[in-house]
Ligand binder design. Structure first.
Ligand code: C2E
Ligand code: MG
Ligand code: MG
Ligand code: MG
Length: 283
């Protein structure tokens, strides 16, 4: 191989990297505008009681309806938002919009489902996060327990003391806390005992193959024993078929979430499909 071809290859990769950087900068620029102009939107995925299959709440999942590129899923912009610091504004917008939605349901006399909001490590670790939640709850006057904050194990590693005091403040407010993607991170056991958490969400990767892979089933069983032993509510996400449902019921899972029941839905569809029943039940 000649030196020249090596250099060409280097140039090629440098060019690719340059394009990648430019693409990210473009996304960053557009995302900034999208957040400021209220262009993002929320989808709602039902959370169901595993024994009755009644609606308990919904996970709020952000989408970006892009004028040229269609509906962009979170995996294509959340990482960029995290890298550039835009995630703070994004997470705050999602939290405030979800809170506003709860207050609208309350005003309409609807028995508001609990809304679960994903908060990234960056945002959770900022000192003013709990204060922001308190401010939003006060502004829209919602019952605090209708709001649940989903955090991942990844959030813990960065700064356990900081996370501990933030979560304690949130719990004092009455907000619920869920550990998302549970089982995929590290050091689960020591902090679980210390942190004020209400719910564990078993990661989708374990649920996916549990009907074929005894090891995945064993992990789920262990997470359930651990969670229930600590008095926590346990959710299984990514439920896609009836075999999984039966197995998860037999193992004692408390809450289902997955495409088998429903994909994440736009607000109008979620309300039409799930909220009239809630109104009837409560009247
Ligand atoms: P997550 O918090 O673990 O959310 C669950 C993801 O699993 C959602 O993907 C949901 O559509 C998907 N899912 C649920 N049930 C099934 C199923 O049965 N099969 C399959 N294949 N998938 C299922 P989505 O909406 O694409 O979100 C992906 C991730 O993006 C979320 O994972 C969360 O980490 C992040 N995310 C979404 N919205 C927000 C947000 O507002 N703020 C932040 N910081 N992150 C968000
Ligand atoms: Mg989540
Ligand atoms: Mg999850
Ligand atoms: Mg997940």
């Amino acid at each position: 191989r000649s030196k020249a071809s090596g250099r060409n290859r280097y140039t090629f990769f440098a060019l690719e990297m340059q394009l990648e950087v430019e693409k990210e900068q473009q996304v960053e620029k557009e995302l900034k505008v999208a957040i400021a102009d209220n262009q993002l939107c929320l989808y709602y995925q039902p959370l169901l009681n595993a024994s009755t299959e009644a609606l308990i709440g919904a996970e709020v999942l952000v989408r970006w309806p892009h004028p040229e590129r269609g509906l962009i899923p979170p995996f294509d912009f959340i990482p960029i938002a995290e890298k550039t610091g835009l995630i703070t504004k994004l997470d705050d917008w999602v939290l405030e919009t979800a809170t506003q939605q709860i207050s609208m349901w309350v005003h309409q006399g609807i028995d508001a489902p609990v809304l679960s909001v994903n908060i990234s490590a960056n945002r959770l670790n900022q000192k003013d996060f709990a204060q922001f939640v308190q401010k939003v709850i006060a502004k829209y006057r919602i019952p605090p327990e209708t709001l649940c904050i989903e955090i991942t194990e990844q959030n813990m590693i960065a700064n356990l003391d900081n996370v501990y005091s933030t979560l304690t403040l949130l719990q004092q407010l009455g907000v619920k806390i869920a550990l998302d993607d549970f089982g995929t991170g590290y050091s689960s056991l020591s902090y679980l005992k210390r942190l004020p958490v209400d719910k564990l969400k078993i990661d989708r990767s374990f649920v996916m193959d549990m009907h074929e892979d005894p090891q995945d089933k064993a992990i789920i069983k262990t997470i359930l024993e651990l969670g229930h032993g600590l008095g926590l509510w346990v959710n299984a996400e990514g439920v896609e078929n009836e075999i999984q449902i039966q197995m998860l019921k037999d193992l004692g899972v408390d809450e289902f979430q997955g495409f088998f029941f429903s994909r994440p839905l736009p607000l109008a569809e979620f309300e039409a499909k799930y909220l009239p029943a809630t109104v009837l039940e409560s009247s």
